[in-house]
Design a protein around this ligand. Structure first.
Ligand SMILES: *Cc1c(COP(=O)(O)O)cnc(C)c1O
Length: 417
């Protein structure tokens, strides 16, 4: 009788998709540091290319053979197979950076005349691409603030006569650095309301902040779950990478454009991420547990004005309801306002000893940064104000250190204010 047990992703991260017998019995997948692959004979080479170029359908049980490392490589294929498990996706494509994952999706699925609707604030690189590159190919963009994704927004698009132009809704939730929440299911409804039988409006979610563990956009109706794998997936601040998860059909288009842009991840990156995935769940769970302790400490400290942490949303609020249906954890990202302004914020940051000052997030070590003058320095003053990115705001990505040591570090720095 066949074994019906469904293993959880964290169990499969050590073995899924890898056959030791194909690699001299090595328990770990080796780094396939090779540009090209030898065909057994000319007939095999012909068959591989027929599939790669879509010249015929796959025969029963036939798999795409290895051709050339811009098209496929075992380290990438195994990594992609493992990444699908967390999101419950049919397929995945990995990239040399989060930005290349994002831009490849936008380039493949948008064309001149299209409208892109996006939540604000977006990651700076994504925002730049939308405002400085997409207009050059005739793609227009319209932003909305978290909480606006409802009938009112749909009406705004209809009133502007743009509902037949809408091609994609692009969402980042929780928003960086304020943790404002966008309702993914409401975005799906909005996209559906603007879709026709011939033209489906697509929904993309940048899942870097809470995925792949605590938010599953595909289950909430999204077509893409996109990652900067530089953050939690990589998790050790030693690699830049990206990924896109979605249906077989969607990822086939993503991978086809990737083949011609040549922005796939290399075998080293793939291998490093396979290693990272084995500890993904324990890392993220420890980070979230530490964040809860740190947030609680900051909340009651007399020199702290406000803490933006998903565990502190008030019951019954719109955000709380989105939080309950969309997340399984409050996560490990928080931000807080110190009493005062830039001077106090800088002093606190400069006095920290264990917690490092650097942008990026999701890694084993805790990091702080000052959004107003660092990651969000390019945002206009009125946008900053609208989003609550003030001079007193500090963002903290909580790592796997001992929570008492993190609290000690914050406390000694706060005492010096
Ligand atoms: C870091 C980040 C990106 C960009 O990813 P890279 O790997 O740096 O290219 C995109 N979105 C979010 C939310 C990020 O934090």
């Amino acid at each position: 009788m066949e074994n019906q047990h469904n293993y959880r992703p964290e169990t499969l991260m050590m073995s899924y998709g890898y056959k030791p017998e194909l690699s001299e019995g090595a328990i770990k997948c080796p780094i396939f540091q090779t540009s090209t692959f030898v065909f057994k004979n000319a007939e095999e080479g012909k068959a591989f290319f027929e599939l790669a170029y879509g010249l015929r359908e796959k025969a029963d049980g036939e798999e795409q053979g290895l051709i050339y490392s811009r098209i496929n490589n075992p380290d990438l294929e195994i990594l992609e197979n493992r990444l699908t498990l967390w999101d419950g996706a049919e397929d995945c494509a990995v990239f040399e950076s989060g930005m290349s994952a994002i831009t490849t999706v936008l380039l493949e699925f948008l064309k001149p005349g299209d409208l892109l609707l996006y939540s604000t604030p977006l990651y700076g690189g994504t925002d730049h691409f939308i405002h400085h590159f997409l207009p050059k190919i005739g793609v227009n963009a319209m932003g909305f603030v978290p909480g606006e994704e409802s009938e009112g927004l749909l009406q705004r698009i209809k009133d502007a006569g743009l509902s037949d132009k809408l091609a994609m809704v692009y969402v980042e939730t929780p928003a960086n650095p304020t943790n404002a929440l966008v309702d993914i299911a409401a975005c799906r409804s909005l996209a559906d309301a603007c879709s026709t039988a011939e033209r489906k409006v697509l929904l993309a979610v940048d899942n870097t902040y809470m995925g792949p563990l605590w938010q599953h956009p595909l289950q909430l109706g999204a077509d893409f779950s996109i990652y900067s794998a530089t953050k939690y997936i990589g998790g050790h601040s030693d690699v830049i990478a990206g990924a896109v998860c979605g249906s077989r059909e969607i990822i086939l288009r993503v991978k086809t454009l990737r083949t011609f842009l040549g922005n796939m991840a290399g075998p080293w990156t793939g291998w490093l991420l396979l290693r990272s995935l084995e500890t993904l769940k324990v890392r993220m769970e420890q980070q979230a547990a530490n964040a809860a302790r740190v947030a609680e400490f900051l909340r009651t400290h007399p020199k702290i004005e406000k803490v933006y942490y998903l565990g502190f949303l008030s019951e019954g609020s719109r955000e709380y309801n989105v939080y309950k249906k969309q997340y399984t954890s409050a996560g490990a990202m928080l931000s807080f306002d110190v009493k005062g302004g830039e001077k106090e914020a800088f002093r606190l940051i400069n006095k920290l000893r264990i917690i490092k000052l650097a942008v990026s997030l999701g890694s084993t070590e805790s990091l702080v940064q000052h959004p107003a003058t660092m990651t969000h320095a390019g945002v206009s003053p009125e946008h900053k104000e609208q989003m609550g990115i003030t001079e007193k705001l500090i963002r903290l990505s909580v790592g796997v250190e001992n929570a008492d040591d993190l609290i000690y570090d914050l406390n000694q720095a706060l005492e010096q204010l």
